[in-house]
Design a protein around this ligand. Structure first.
Ligand code: ATP
Ligand code: MG
Length: 609
């Protein structure tokens, strides 16, 4: 398992170099793409040749299939592709890879647009430009297929899928030529047009590139490039009953968009020779402008305790294991956002994990560390009591005067004095954490415990602790409920010890207690989230990830919070002192009506302790 050490400095450092940056720098220095022209929109060789020199120094792309919500792995790819374009004076394209008619949906299209925007990126060279759609290129793809047929480089194969599979051979065995491989271009063209015109059944024949049935790379043993599929497409409707295969469509999409560096995950490495073969043929034929794009592969993100397969994430949603795609425990971008992740934290994460050529696992703590680090700079502090018990200052009237409300203040952020002070009020009663009072304290417990008699018969006084930003108090006992559990903690206040006043530290204490005044506290629903899985690799090696769902991944409590918190806007973030970073839930929190906060991340990595 590799987990780069969270290194405070690196967030401000110059970008760490990697093989992709080196490649781009080399291409820029060598002028590899300097003569490229740009026709103002995607298009064929003639279209771009008529345009000026491309003002974009490089073109990258992020090409999601709109068949689900994006997840943290996609966030890595987005930050990478858009980040490279930004850093090298280029443009990154957002392109919907919607060549598969069956699985796609406009709900997903919209969520992907939102996710990329939210992460902080513009696409296609202008703010609010429409994303590109691969399905807009079906016409060109068809033309490219006819070109291959006419030049003897593709044929219609009518073997059954089973025969085709058998005749493909395997690693040790060369494939066998199809009996249809020797057809003339004219015969193939006629057949292919029949396919297009709907004269043949789904699955009855395919168009295959004619390369080499004995090639050591099985992907080059005459791969299928077009199939018959009667399905209504969300963009092109029923215009087509044949659709290109991904391996044929993808290189063409890149080339029509004048992409220079086409960056994908390692599983496509074996497809690169076909990518180069196809674009080489279409450039030779004058259909596409040269030089063609080049494909580079990097290791996909594997994150411990997380699954990053859209299909498996969909299963969690449809089986109601989570509340939806945006459940704050989901690794989807909508889920992370609702949980309290910020664009900056995900960008920092992408930068920190870098790009490599070999698969590895990133520790979930690295992701959490990035969130903590970015929120630490920005989140205002506040007090919240997550498991409240009432504390009474029994000598309040005597010391402070009957009915007095004492004003306390604290910095909004300890390192940003310019953000000013926050103010809150203390009266005779405050809420504290239930765990801050122990009738029989364990060794080293510095918070509140009552007076007692020790084993030797000696009187041990009640403990003293400071109410944070307020006075020092001494515990005198507790009132218990019928079950014998403490229900009210009794204390007395020590005069002249208020934080920030002269002589306030005349009484030294080790314990500091966070609190919220009963007179001004309001109740809030707080959702305490934990990891969704207990297994660090929930779906590795074919494991059933449902079995390692963490039964304690959500705990809901009613907390008492200070006024600055109760009036928060949805998505507003705080550090609840002592507890961690919280965000006002963007769905359920309604200012002034219903307060709902999500635990985004604790103050330190407490997992496994
Ligand atoms: P899934 O397997 O979850 O369906 P996918 O790879 O099929 O994911 P696409 O929508 O096709 O999803 O991917 C869009 C882009 O995001 C691709 O370039 C892909 O390489 C990249 N991507 C997807 N998952 C990851 C990941 N875990 N790490 C890095 N990049 C990823
Ligand atoms: Mg995919």
């Amino acid at each position: 398992m590799s987990s780069p050490k969270p290194d405070k400095a690196s967030s401000n450092d110059a970008k760490t170099s990697n093989f992709l940056r080196q490649t781009i720098e080399h291409d820029l220095a060598a002028g590899t793409y300097a003569q490229r022209r740009w026709g103002g929109s995607p298009g064929d060789a003639a279209h771009h040749a008529a345009g000026p020199l491309d003002p974009a120094k490089v073109r990258t792309r992020f090409p999601p299939e709109p068949n689900g919500y994006l997840h943290i792995g996609h966030a890595k790819s987005i930050c990478l592709n858009f980040g490279l374009a930004r850093d090298y004076g280029g443009v990154c394209h957002l392109r919907f890879d919607d060549t598969n008619p069956e699985k796609e949906d406009t709900e997903y299209v919209n969520s992907i647009i939102d996710a990329v925007k939210w992460l902080g990126f513009d696409w296609n060279g202008a703010p609010d430009a429409p994303p590109y759609q691969a399905s807009d290129y079906f016409g060109f793809m068809y033309r490219a297929a006819e070109h291959l047929i006419e030049t003897g480089q593709a044929y219609v194969d009518e073997q059954t899928p089973e025969q085709m599979r058998l005749n493909r051979g395997d690693f040790g065995k060369p494939g066998v030529d199809s009996p249809f491989r020797a057809r003339t271009p004219a015969e193939n063209l006629a057949r292919f047009r029949e396919m297009r015109d709907g004269l043949h059944e789904d699955g009855s024949m395919v168009l295959r590139a004619k390369i080499d049935m004995a090639h050591p790379n099985i992907n080059l043993r005459d791969p299928a490039v077009y199939r018959i599929r009667r399905a209504t497409h969300h963009n092109t409707g029923d215009t087509w009953c044949i659709y290109p295969m991904y391996t044929f469509a993808h290189p063409i999409e890149d080339a029509l968009e004048q992409i220079t560096h086409s960056i994908c995950t390692l599983e496509f490495e074996d497809q690169r020779p076909f990518y180069d073969w196809l674009l080489g043929k279409l450039c030779q034929g004058g259909l596409l402008g040269a030089p063609p794009p080049h494909q580079y592969e990097f290791a996909r993100l594997n994150l411990t305790y997380v699954i990053t397969s859209k299909r498996k994430l969909a299963q969690l949603v449809y089986d109601h294991k989570v509340s939806g795609w945006d459940d704050p425990r989901m690794p989807t971008i909508v889920g992370l956002r609702r949980r309290g992740y910020t664009p900056q934290s995900l960008q920092l994460f992408a930068e920190r994990i870098g790009v490599t050529k070999s698969d590895s696992w990133i520790d979930y703590a690295t992701l959490e560390g990035c969130l903590r680090e970015t929120l630490d700079h920005s989140a205002p502090r506040a007090m919240a009591v997550l498991d409240p018990i009432k504390l009474v200052l029994t000598n309040w009237d005597e010391v402070m005067g009957a009915g007095t409300i004492d004003e306390c203040s604290a910095p909004v952020h300890p390192h940003h004095p310019e953000l000013g002070q926050r103010h809150f009020k203390m009266g005779q009663e405050v809420w504290i954490e239930r765990s801050d009072y122990e009738e029989t304290p364990p060794k080293g417990f510095f918070r509140l415990f009552p007076p007692s008699i020790d084993a030797g018969g000696n009187a041990v006084p009640g403990s003293r602790a400071r109410l944070k930003y307020g006075h020092v108090i001494e515990c005198t006992g507790a009132i218990k409920d019928e079950a014998g559990n403490p229900s009210v903690v009794l204390t007395r206040l020590l005069p002249d010890t208020k934080s920030g006043t002269p002589g306030s530290d005349s009484v030294k204490v080790k314990g500091v207690i966070t609190w919220v005044g009963v007179n001004e506290a309001s109740a809030a629903e707080v959702r305490l989230y934990d990891r969704l899985f207990t297994d660090p690799q929930p779906d590795a090696g074919g494991k059933d990830f449902i079995e390692s769902l963490n039964p304690h991944s959500l705990k809901v409590v009613t907390a008492m919070v200070e006024p600055s918190v109760a009036s928060a806007q949805p998505d507003q973030k705080f550090q609840f002192e002592r507890h961690g970073y919280f965000t006002a839930d963007r769905v359920d929190h309604v200012p002034g009506q219903r307060a709902v906060f999500n635990l985004a991340v604790g103050l330190r990595d407490g997992w496994g302790k």
